[in-house]
Structure formats: C-alpha cells, structure tokens
Write a protein that binds this ligand. Structure first.
Ligand SMILES: [Zn+2]
Length: 255
C-alpha cells in the first residue's frame, strides 16, 4: 500500500491515457493519491477526478507563480470547495522566487490569505517552496500555521530546515529527487527526519525518479521513492510504505 500525496493527474498530459496510468499505479500498489489543483482549470479537473475515483482525494489552492491572477472570487470558490468531503487539504500555496510572473509582495499576500482560510476551515496546507525558504518559514510562524500543519511538498532543503518545519507541525514529503544520484540534501533529509514525519509523492507529471528522470512522471513511480527511503534508512520497503501511508491518512483524516 502506497500513498502518493501529491499528483497532478488533472494535468492535460494525461488526457490520452489516464486509465492506463491509473492501472499501472494500482499494479505497483498505490492505494491512494491526492490530486492537487492550483488554478481554475486544474481545480475543476481535480474535482471531476475525485468524484469519479474513490481512491483519489483533492487538494485545492492557488499556486504562487500565478498569485497575481487570484481574485477574491477565486478564494471564495476555494473556500466553498473545502466543504466537499473529498477535499482534504488546501494548496499548493507558498512562494516561488524562481519565476517572476508574480511580485514577491503579492505572492506573500496570497500565501497569507490561504493560510488564514485553512485555519478557518481547519484543513492542513500543502507548501510549494522554490528559492524562498526563509520567507516561507517566517510567514508560517507569523500566521501560526502550526495550528493546522501540513506538508512541505517535494522538500529540497537541508535537514536543519526540515527539522524546523517538523517542529511547526509539518510533514516532510520526498519525491523523485531523493532517487537522483547527485541529490545530496534529499538523501540527508530522508536519513535524518523520523519516519513518523515523512511522506512520499511523485508531483507527477514533473520530477520523475531515477531511472525515468526527464520523462513524464506517474503515480506508480512513487514506489521508487519509497524503495530509496527504505534503503537510506535501513528499513524494509513494507515498513516505509506502511508508515508513510498511515502518516498521510492521519494528516488528511482518511480512514
Ligand atoms: Zn505540485
């Protein structure tokens, strides 16, 4: 049993072969997945998918790269969707300083608004961080995000930052990069963060693990992430699969 906590099967890249992708995931032992929507079209599609498949859950929010486009109506719509029983988290939200489509101050404001919404509706949050660690940690502290906690998605920081996030009630989610030969930090994080605080994800269609690096990713490949963590921690694959699945179910409130 594996839980892919961050998948974008709502991406148009799966329009042609979604059923086959899902079948392969199930063959690899993926029992649950969270489909993440981060703008109008991807949220809409995520909701369609979770209505259709009982093993899929949704995370809805607004991506920091597109923060400049988020209107009050968008935020109100996201709030409405949180009452849907299959919406289990809000995000992905955060800061992305790699792309400059949205100015930093707008990104921060949109991030803060979503944290406040999550606290209002009592759902965990999913954090996207690109080159913005210090500002993210500061905002999480100022907004007292600890109250809802959540996930540092596809975590790429140091073990020190990971531990600081764990103290703030966040899980550390590892994806494809932990399997890359030259990925020093994700491997250190896998070694040092306790299993009770780790989650696994694909972030598909992005960040496919070794040996599929550079290709389209899919939920079935999350098995390779779990295998890599098991190897690093000196545990069995089953132990990592079981623990990360239970962690995810606990966080998302899934029985
Ligand atoms: Zn994502």
């Amino acid at each position: 049993m594996l839980f892919d906590t961050h998948a974008h099967l709502n991406d148009t890249q799966y329009n042609e072969d979604l059923e086959e992708v899902i079948e392969r995931a199930q063959t690899e032992g993926v029992s649950n997945m969270v489909i993440v929507g981060f703008d109008r079209p991807t949220i809409q599609r995520a909701m369609e998918l979770v209505e259709r498949y009982d093993f899929m859950f949704a995370c809805v929010g607004w991506h920091p790269v597109d923060a400049i486009d988020m209107t009050d109506e968008d935020l109100a719509w996201i709030e409405e969707l949180t009452s849907h029983p299959k919406v289990v988290a809000i995000g992905e939200m955060g800061l992305d300083y790699h792309w400059d489509k949205s100015p930093k101050d707008i990104q921060k404001e949109v991030f803060r608004k979503q944290i406040r919404l999550a606290k209002k509706v009592k759902l965990p949050i999913v954090i996207h961080n690109r080159e913005a660690t210090a500002d993210i940690v500061e905002i999480l502290k100022e907004e007292e995000a600890e109250e809802v906690g959540g996930i540092m998605h596809c975590f790429s920081g140091s073990p020190e930052v990971a531990k600081e996030c764990v103290k703030m009630n966040f899980y550390i989610s590892l994806g494809g990069p932990v399997t890359f030969k030259n990925a020093k930090k994700p491997k250190e994080v896998a070694a040092e963060v306790p299993l009770e605080k780790l989650l696994i994800e694909t972030d598909c269609p992005y960040l496919a693990p070794h040996p599929y690096r550079g290709k389209r990713n899919e939920p079935g490949y999350v098995k390779l992430v779990a295998e890599q963590i098991a190897e690093i921690k000196g545990l069995t694959f089953e132990e990592v699969a079981e623990a990360t699945t239970q962690n995810a179910k606990k966080l998302f409130g899934i029985k």
